[in-house]
Design a protein around this ligand. Structure first.
Ligand SMILES: [Zn+2]
Length: 403
């Protein structure tokens, strides 16, 4: 790809230091080989950079960084629409789980699927995210629950993201749920041992693991079990993430901070101690308002405390078949504002610079020299419109498609 100069643009500048945004009018953007070489006011553009370059007039359209959806479970087979209908008819989560539904139904269908089937099913979801402005995505495993099935999920994550033209982080969610056949304490112990002692090192050796994750919760895994996974990850130098404080306070964020994790995610029940630990460890808080909404949760994450302690807040869809069948990052932003009280600027930083930080990506999420050139063009006047409109109106186009 050769160099192209984009002129007469309005650039959205996001500031990770204080979660603010500003618009640079009469701006220019110089892209070369997928990388930003210049982004800023046209007046500051060095003449020597632009000699003989093809240029595109953007007619003062708004340009933003490509969005990053930093917490998804986008690879799975089947769906749980019938359970949604059952719940509307009065069935409880417990009734549905007893009848073999819930996460175990997704595990059965996913674990029994080939890589090709998983890719086929995930692709429309990833394309929906892309149409909404997503250019980078995190995809977790965790519905396979055996070495072979988790491996298929991670392979499918790579292949589906490639087909959707998205950058991907593949996260091995080793401790997500217990296989249905693990009914005794001894079987549980053997499963955790296999995940931490055998499967993670093997999947890592195959080059399939960019990060690890676990579900620390009363109905998930204990801090003692999660520590085993974290210890292996630290030994293998694999970045760490954690589902923490979603349904109760288990001080998971503080545990993750001890391991210098990238992020703790959900956080409705995050304690003041957890907030301080996250700040001290330079972690990102990933907010998932889609799950909050679907579960009709009442407890809000401690936004004011996170803000006060300057913990960066990312916003993500948590796209999954059970608690957040949400494939719109813009709707997740809208929910983060309406339910959690984020400002428009915080929501925009939440899907750009802070989402990049939640994945450990240091070259995406900002329009800056040296950063990824996957930028978006919006036919809107005010950046707040990105968050304001509900539905697919004013969907962005790729900057590279403007010629
Ligand atoms: Zn999740």
């Amino acid at each position: 790809m050769s160099a192209v100069l984009y002129r007469r643009a309005r650039l959205l500048s996001v500031s990770p230091a204080d979660s603010s945004v500003s618009v640079i009018n009469n701006a220019a953007l110089l892209l070369d080989d997928g990388v930003i070489r210049f982004a800023g006011s046209s007046a500051d553009l060095p003449r020597r950079l632009t000699r003989k370059l093809p240029s595109v007039d953007l007619k003062q359209q708004l340009i933003t960084p490509g969005f990053i959806d930093c917490h998804t479970h986008a690879v799975f087979a089947g769906n749980r629409a019938h359970e949604f209908a059952q719940r509307l008819a009065g069935a409880s989560y417990v009734d549905i789980a007893k009848a073999g539904g819930g996460i175990q139904s997704t595990v059965r269908s996913t674990a029994g699927s080939s890589v090709a089937t998983l890719v086929r099913d995930a692709l429309p979801r990833l394309l929906a995210l892309r149409a909404d402005g997503v250019r980078g995505v995190e995809i977790k495993s965790g519905y396979g629950l055996s070495f072979a099935a988790e491996k298929r999920m991670l392979l499918a994550a790579s292949a589906a993201a490639k087909q959707a033209n998205l950058r991907v982080q593949r996260t091995y969610l080793g401790l997500h749920a217990l296989p249905a056949e693990c009914k005794t304490p001894r079987a549980r112990k053997a499963f955790v041992h296999a995940v931490c002692g055998e499967w993670l090192p093997k999947l890592h050796a195959l080059g399939l693991v960019d990060a690890i994750d676990a579900f620390l919760e009363n109905i998930g895994f204990s801090s003692i079990e999660v520590r085993q996974l974290f210890d292996t990850a630290r030994r293998l130098r694999i970045p760490i993430k954690l589902h923490a404080e979603q349904l109760s306070n288990s001080e998971g964020a503080a545990l993750a901070a001890q391991y210098c994790a990238l992020s703790a995610d959900h956080l409705e029940y995050l304690s003041p101690r957890g907030v301080r630990a996250m700040r001290a460890a330079n972690m990102t808080a990933v907010l998932l308002p889609g799950a909050f909404y679907c579960l009709k949760e009442k407890k809000l994450p401690p936004i004011k405390a996170l803000r006060k302690h300057r913990v960066p807040m990312a916003v993500s869809t948590d796209l999954n078949p059970g608690t957040s069948p949400l494939s719109s990052i813009r709707l997740a932003m809208h929910m983060a504002c309406t339910f959690f009280g984020l400002s428009v600027a915080e929501a925009l930083c939440g899907v750009t610079c802070h989402a990049a930080k939640a994945l450990g990506w240091s070259d995406m999420g900002q329009l800056r020299e040296g950063f990824d050139a996957n930028a978006l063009v919006w036919a809107i006047d005010d950046p707040a419109e990105i968050v304001y409109w509900l539905g697919s109106l004013h969907a962005p186009v790729s900057l590279s498609d403007c010629a």
